[in-house]
Design a protein around this ligand. Structure first.
Ligand SMILES: *Cc1c(COP(=O)(O)O)cnc(C)c1O
Length: 401
């Protein structure tokens, strides 16, 4: 099948409809333009594609399986399938775009990968790519996050990355983005900025989506082979939106497949208690791109919260904003309680401990399957939950049988 959609979105200026673009200072715009040009030429070359395919197969362990949840489906009704990105090397989908960004850096002759990280998941994936390609890696991380996410800090150091503590402002993700951008601006010749999701200025939302597209391509093929048809619904959790764009992009030209993005409903729908930017935000500009954002009247980002730190961002990728307005993708929420419930259920009945991020999508799938017993639903299980077990143990009681 042809992927007509991917060839037409975004436009040459990096817009998905009225969203996206590149709202950055002039010096940075030059860098963005050269990365865009390099991306269009290098990443379409036979050598690049061949090398990336080999990496995916031999280093990452792709293709990851698609799995029918027999026990869970017996419980809920319907037929629930998982795309097992938890089995991708390092335990989540993030390595898909980090290996792509690392390979591009190698072809461009860069020496150093620079990025921010919140909970440390993106930092670990990027440090893995840097180790593989023999590149330096500098990860900017808020002091507050460094204290909270100790195991990931150790992982990054083991993998050879330098972790730069960010000590100003709230000392969390937003300040880390600023700090990483500053470091990148000081040495754009030798270094390259590697963003962690389908966010930021053009070309990042497009580039990260294209590197994640493999998830949707594999899942579509596997699902057809297993069942002889396409799923009725495909669903994924949405933070910045990269795992969701990865799987959605494989089905976007299939008009009869419903696509559903699940945002974190958090503790309540009060400001600061959730991070459902597409469901409850308004269009605005943050970190160099236009998208739905949770913001106040002055256009400043609102505080956000989610039990899953990977979903804890006041915006989402610009492509999701366009797909929402077009109605091609529906956006719903799952709250903390529903997420934790699914975390325990999937662990107990299928033997798969899901990341708290991914558990939001599982929660929606369970609800949908229960209400639509004759339908099939495919969930992108974006990552494994080993990283979350200490938090769960401290805050929840493991349910008795
Ligand atoms: C980071 C992360 C997410 C959220 O990022 P997206 O760009 O929205 O995919 C989801 N799941 C896992 C396991 C993550 O580590």
């Amino acid at each position: 099948m042809s992927h007509q959609y991917l060839k037409t979105q975004p436009n040459e200026k990096g817009f998905f409809g009225e969203y996206g673009g590149s709202f950055v200072p002039e010096v940075l715009q030059k860098e963005m333009d050269s990365i865009t040009a390099a991306y269009y030429s290098i990443s379409k070359s036979h050598e690049f594609i061949t090398e990336l395919r080999a990496i995916r197969k031999h280093f990452q362990g792709r293709p990851t399986p698609t799995y029918f949840c027999k026990n869970l489906s017996n419980k809920t009704g319907g037929r629930i399938y998982l795309k097992r990105e938890d089995l991708n090397h390092t335990g989540a989908h993030k390595l898909n775009h980090c290996m792509g960004e690392g390979l591009l850096a190698k072809y461009l002759g860069k020496k150093k990968l620079i990025a921010e990280t919140g909970a440390g998941q993106h930092g670990v994936a990027l440090a893995t790519a840097a180790a593989y390609f023999g590149l330096e890696c500098e990860i900017h991380m808020g002091e507050v996050d460094i204290a909270k996410e100790h195991p990931n800090v150790v992982r990054m150091k083991l993998l050879g990355a330098t972790v730069i503590p960010v000590t100003h402002g709230l000392k969390t993700l937003k300040e880390s983005v600023d700090s990483a951008f500053d470091a990148y601006l000081k040495d754009p010749i030798n270094s390259i900025y590697c963003i962690g999701s389908v966010v930021g200025p053009h070309p990042f939302p497009m580039m990260v989506r294209d590197f994640q597209h493999v998830v949707g391509v594999e899942a579509r093929e596997q699902f057809l082979e297993m069942t002889g048809e396409l799923p009725d619904v495909v669903t994924a959790c949405v933070g910045g939106g990269s795992n969701a764009m990865g799987i959605f992009s494989g089905f976007i030209d299939d008009e009869n497949v419903r696509l559903v993005g699940v945002e974190p409903g958090g503790r309540s729908l009060k400001i600061g208690d959730h991070a459902a930017s597409l469901s409850y935000g308004k269009p605005g500009v943050l970190h160099g791109f236009r998208s739905y954002l949770l913001q106040n009247d002055k256009g400043e980002p609102n505080p956000v919260y989610s039990i899953a730190s990977g979903l804890d961002y006041p915006g989402s990728g610009p492509e999701h904003s366009m797909l929402k307005d077009q109605g091609r993708v529906e956006y719903v929420t799952a709250n903390d309680a529903e997420c934790v419930d699914s975390f325990f259920t999937l662990s107990r009945v299928e033997g798969i401990i899901p990341a708290l991020e991914s558990s939001h999508a599982v929660a929606y799938a369970q609800k949908y399957a229960h209400e639509n017993p004759r339908k099939t639903i495919l969930v992108n299980l974006s990552g494994r939950g080993d990283k979350d077990i200490d938090f769960i143990l401290e805050n929840y009681e493991i349910p008795s049988k």
